[in-house]
Design a protein around this ligand. Structure first.
Ligand code: 13P
Ligand code: SF4
Length: 312
């Protein structure tokens, strides 16, 4: 085979395909993509692309969101097994039961959910817009927030709300060690600590900046510090280092291993070979049940509309 990267580019041109990648995929996948972003930016980009094929290098729910927004396009993912522990922690039938037990609540779901869970949701949010979307609702609105108890708890703490939280979590973000971050801070006293809101509250408390992957990236570019301790999936360090080659980025370590960084095993299932194969075979393809898609698009569009109105 000729150079695999050249072949991928050639197939993209021939098939009018666009490659999108999340910041948590391997650096070489991010470098191969036409567009790299956080969950919100990927959904916004998918909604407006004029490509015939979207190759979503990320996890399954990102492919589903693209398919729901672009039902006439072919949406491919390099590996169908790339799921998400948060999405899996919130099965749609159980979530629907929870919603039914609490009538009168507005249901807000993190984008890290299956299409079926989005179908029993009023408004989808991402970590880039969760605070603003919650604040756009009257203060006394009863809200159910799922599935991430950490993101929900963080939003409760900064907005003074008392949202009812689903008990889910991300296995990657839950693992960061408070002790190891404090230890790193002793070694690098001038370093700024960047934390994703999917982390536990005890880790969030150590943060100089809490935000989505895109917000943390932006902060690291604009802040004058030259060292950053980064408590989110370590794939983001690739874009940070690319944007700021002169700065030092230290991945915050997880508590339960001797590894220096914390990786999402699902995101890392996306490889160059699988990207090549999926473009060549135009498979695996994402399909979403029509009835589910019809309901889920309402909650996704509400997110996109509010985000647009708020300039997010
Ligand atoms: P963002 O892309 O919104 O930062 O979310 C991180 C994440 O866990 C994606 O799965
Ligand atoms: Fe899901 Fe966590 Fe991986 Fe993000 S990092 S895709 S929330 S398992």
């Amino acid at each position: 085979m000729k150079n695999i990267k050249e072949e991928i580019r050639r197939m993209c041109r021939e098939k009018n395909a666009v490659i999108m990648a999340h910041y948590y995929t391997d650096g070489e996948i991010q470098d191969m993509a036409d567009f790299v972003g956080d969950s919100l930016a990927l959904a916004q980009k998918a909604a407006t692309t004029d490509a015939d094929i979207i190759v979503m290098c990320g996890v399954h729910f990102m492919g589903e969101t693209s398919k729901i927004l672009c039902p006439d396009k072919k949406v491919l993912v390099p590996d169908l097994e790339a799921t998400c522990s948060l999405a899996e922690s919130c099965p749609a039938d159980k979530f629907a039961e929870f919603v039914a037990q609490h009538p009168g609540h507005t249901v807000i779901s993190y984008v890290n959910t299956t299409a079926a869970t989005k179908a029993v949701t009023d408004i989808v949010v991402t970590s880039s817009n969760a605070r603003e979307i919650v604040e756009s609702l009257p203060q006394d609105t009863p809200i159910i927030f799922g599935p991430d108890r950490n993101l929900g708890g963080y939003i409760n703490s900064i907005t003074g709300r008392n949202m009812l939280l689903w008990d889910g979590a991300c296995h990657v973000h839950e693992k960061f060690s408070v002790e190891k971050i404090i230890e790193l801070k002793k070694q690098y006293p001038d370093a700024k600590v960047l934390v994703h809101p999917e982390c536990k509250g005890t880790v969030v408390k150590l943060a100089d900046k809490v935000g989505s992957t895109a917000a943390l990236l932006k902060y690291s570019i604009n802040d004058s510090s030259d060292t950053f301790i980064v408590a989110t999936e370590s794939g983001i360090l690739h874009e940070m280092q690319k944007a700021c080659p002169e700065k030092t980025f230290i991945p915050a370590p997880p508590s339960d291993s001797t590894c220096a960084c914390n990786e999402c095993s699902y995101m890392k299932l996306v490889t160059m070979q699988k990207l090549y194969d999926c473009l060549k075979n135009e498979a695996p393809e994402i399909h979403v049940d029509a009835e589910v898609a019809e309901k889920a698009i309402v909650s996704i569009n509400r997110m996109l509309e509010i985000s647009e109105k708020l300039g997010l």
